[in-house]
Design a protein around this ligand. Sequence first.
Ligand code: VG1
Ligand code: CO
Length: 544
Amino acid sequence: MSIQTVSTQPYSDQKPGTSGLRKKVKVFQQSNYLENFVQSIFDSLEGYQNETLVVGGDGRYYNRQAIQIILKMAAANGFGRVLVGQGGILSTPAASCVIRKNSAFGGIILSASHNPGGPDEDFGIKYNTGNGGPAPEGVTDAIYARSQTITEYKILDAADIDLDRIATHSLGHTTVEVIDSVTDYGALMETLFDFSQIKQLLSSGNFRFCMDSLHAVTGPYAKALFERRLNAPAGTVVNGEPLEDFGGGHPDPNLVYAHDLVEVMFGDNAPDFGAASDGDGDRNMVLGSNFFVTPSDSLAILAANATLVPGYRNGLAGIARSMPTSQAPDRVAEKLGIDCFETPTGWKFFGNLLDAGKATLCGEESFGTGSNHIREKDGLWAVLFWLNILAVKGQSVEDIVKEHWSTYGRNYYSRHDYEGVESDRANTLISNLRGALSTMPGQTFGPYTVDYADDFAYTDPVDGSVAKNQGVRIGFTDGSRIVYRLSGTGTSGATLRLYVERYEPDATKHNQDTQEALANLIALADELAQIKTLTGRDQPTVIT
Ligand code: VG1
Ligand code: CO
């Protein structure tokens, strides 16, 4: 088997976004496109000779072809060992777990997360460092810079590896181990949660649970954990076969795209607990019978109840949430006397806080929750956390959430997405807002007076690195907020995200419809940014 050095030319568009490089499959299929990016990753790293690399993906279209290329390139570039999930499958949290458990140098995860899959849909690739977390901006910037000057890449001239059988292979001087995708992850979950208590709940016959894997990566994990280890009845996991096109669906666990589950959970005779996860398994949505839990509330509730769960029995060091996430977790942190960090959007910003032991739980409003057990958000972990709390408390989801609101107050919260907006229009909207920020503080709009208005910047408290332009925030004197930012994960046009939040301390006012409770602020958000006029859209594509 010989190492080939292939000449190539840069592609100008290989800048990683919020979570790696995401493009249409057809873009990745261009000659040398994937190879350029993979070589740019390797060229940006130092000291990986003879070390271990983890490779796996969410099983979407092009996953297998990409993995064969990456294995041969890893071998040609001198990695000592590559661990690859069976069938090319590793959920994002499982990949993080495998990297940590095996003290790997890093890992390559192939996923476009919640974006649709298939020959005309999306693909993605990202690099995770040895702590198991997404590469920080310093590394992704270096990868991008390298991709702009690349002239050649190295690849082994070898036959494809059989990814479907658990076995160890030699690829040149490199050992390739095809590993079970679930084992390490499942074992880690058992150390964190009270499996015997959850087992009792799930097999008691008077608790019904429905897990929708949306034909994405968590199917095998959910079946192994819930149905086999925790004795939930067969059929608890639905849409549990990972498919290359996710069955034509949009594997995004929210009220819009997980509509089948939503119908079940809001239908007659609804189960007690429902959950869904996304394409790569790092997101979660949790529902009670006729009841939706917002991701921000979920983080706050997990934090408030953490000591009921074995892995967190000794309490939390701190909480971290992304800036657009509601301030519900801040109230829990305050009561617990611990820090609540506010970071830019994207899990990579939590890594340092977790490594330094400053935060134990982290979360984002975008259905992402996780902890220091790995360095990615973790959908099934969140579901297990909820099951553990439900098993201990013996209350319904709705009762737990409402009790939480009456203790801490309720942060009414909603996100409105305007997808597929023309990039120029979206950029104009954001730059107009930026231009107006300095004049806003002190201005009054109906009942709302602007307290502060800025473009969020974050200084990492551990390494001092600074991230600027992370979203326009307008905060009002009563604690309400409006946030605007553009998505960094899309593959066509721009997605404008509007985040709106209002705090309601009065428990007699906790039962309003969220959109109604926020109606004034939503109208104000449109007035301030001229959303309808500038996007040309009457209403958002997705409301969560
Ligand atoms: C979105 C979410 C963000 C999340 C990111 C990756 O990013 O808003 O909170 O971390 O997706 O999640 P953006 O830039 O489109 O708003 V995943 O599950 O796609 O890896
Ligand atoms: Co995801």
